[in-house]
Design a protein around this ligand. Structure first.
Ligand SMILES: Cc1cc2nc3c(=O)[nH]c(=O)nc-3n(C[C@H](O)[C@H](O)[C@H](O)COP(=O)(O)O)c2cc1C
Length: 273
C-alpha cells in the first residue's frame, strides 16, 4: 500500500495547504482506501507515532471547540487480548498494533466547568448527539491520517454492544462512554475495494429528490449483483441482499436489545437519555 506524507509544517500559518494536498495525490488515496482487518504483527507502531497522528486528528472541527472526547490507546498485547471478547473476538483485533477506543468525555469538561463555578449542561440527548458527532469526526480524522501514513485501520462497531465491559476494562469514570473503536497496524492484506452506491443515489440538487421504485432498485443493482453479494445471499439462505441486511446482519430485535443495553449503560454513566 502506498504511503503518503502528511508533512508536519514548521510554520503552520505560512504553509500553502494546496501544496500539501498536491503532494499527497489525494484523489488516489480517497478512491483506493479500504478497511484493513489483518495486520503485520512483526511491524509495531510506536506510541510516539500514534500520539502524533492523534494530535493532528484533534485539529478536526468539533462543537464549540469543547473537545468533549477522549481516546484510550491499548497497545499492550495482554490488554488487547482482554478487550477482544467485548468485540466478539473479531479478526481485526487480532495482531492489531493498537486498539483505540474513542469515547465521549464529559468528565473532563464537567469538572473544568465546576472548578470554575459553572454548571455544565451536556448530560442529555443534545450533548450526547454532539458528543457522538465530535468523537466520530475525531476518529475518522485519525483513520485518514493513519491510512495516509501507510497504516491500515478497522472500525469496530461492537463498541456500543458491550460498552459496559469495555468501560470496566478501560476504567472509564462516570460521564465517559465509549462510542467507536479503531484497530490499527501495518497491513498484511490488500482486500478488494468495496463498491459504493452511485453518486446520484446520495447527492440531491437543491432539494431532496425521492427516486421512483425503478430508479431506487437501479441504485442498488450493481451491489445486488456482485458475485460476493450473490455468495453472501446464498450463505445466509436469503433471496436478496436487502433481506440479508434487514433480517440477518442488522435485525430489529437485536438492534432494539442493544439499544436497551446501551441506554441503561449511558444512564449509569450519568447520561440519561
Ligand atoms: C461505525 C462503523 C462500524 C464498523 N464496524 C465494523 C466492525 O465491527 N467490524 C468490521 O470488520 N468492520 C466494521 N466497519 C467497517 C465497515 O464494514 C467498512 O467500512 C465497510 O464495509 C466498507 O468497506 P471499506 O471501508 O473497505 O470501504 C465499521 C465501519 C464503521 C464506519
Amino acid at each position: 500500500m502506498q504511503q503518503y506524507s502528511t508533512h508536519t509544517p514548521h510554520t503552520i500559518n505560512s504553509i500553502d495547504i494546496s501544496e500539501i494536498y498536491n503532494d499527497m495525490n489525494i484523489n488516489e488515496y480517497f478512491s483506493t482506501r479500504r478497511t484493513i482487518r489483518k495486520y503485520d504483527s512483526s511491524r509495531p507502531v510506536s506510541l510516539e507515532m500514534l500520539n502524533e497522528m492523534l494530535d493532528q486528528a484533534a485539529h478536526a472541527a468539533n462543537t464549540g471547540n469543547m473537545q468533549t472526547y477522549s481516546v484510550i490507546v491499548t497497545a499492550k498485547p495482554d490488554a488487547i487480548a482482554a478487550l477482544a471478547p467485548a468485540h466478539f473476538n473479531q479478526p481485526a483485533i487480532k495482531n492489531a498494533a493498537a486498539v483505540l477506543t474513542f469515547c465521549i468525555d464529559f468528565n473532563r469538561f464537567n469538572r473544568w466547568c465546576r472548578l470554575n463555578n459553572a454548571e455544565p449542561g451536556l448530560n442529555n440527548m443534545q450533548g450526547f448527539t454532539w458528543g457522538v458527532i465530535d468523537t466520530s469526526i475525531f476518529a475518522q480524522q485519525f483513520c485518514t491520517i493513519a491510512e495516509m501514513n501507510g497504516l491500515g485501520t478497522c472500525y469496530l462497531g461492537t463498541t456500543t454492544y458491550n460498552a459496559e465491559q469495555i468501560a470496566e476494562a478501560l476504567k472509564l469514570p462516570s460521564d465517559v462512554v465509549p462510542v467507536i473503536t479503531v484497530t490499527v497496524g501495518y497491513p498484511d492484506e490488500t482486500p478488494d475495494i468495496q463498491e459504493r452506491l452511485p453518486i446520484k443515489a446520495i447527492v440531491h440538487e437543491e432539494e431532496y429528490c425521492n427516486p421512483t421504485d425503478k430508479e431506487l432498485l437501479d441504485f442498488y443493482s450493481e451491489k445486488d449483483n456482485l458475485p460476493s453479494s450473490r455468495q453472501f445471499i446464498k450463505e445466509n439462505g436469503k433471496e436478496n441482499l436487502a433481506q440479508v441486511f434487514a433480517e440477518v446482519r442488522y435485525p430489529r430485535s437485536s438492534n432494539e436489545q442493544f439499544s436497551r443495553v446501551y441506554r441503561e449503560f449511558l444512564k449509569n454513566q450519568g447520561i440519561p437519555l
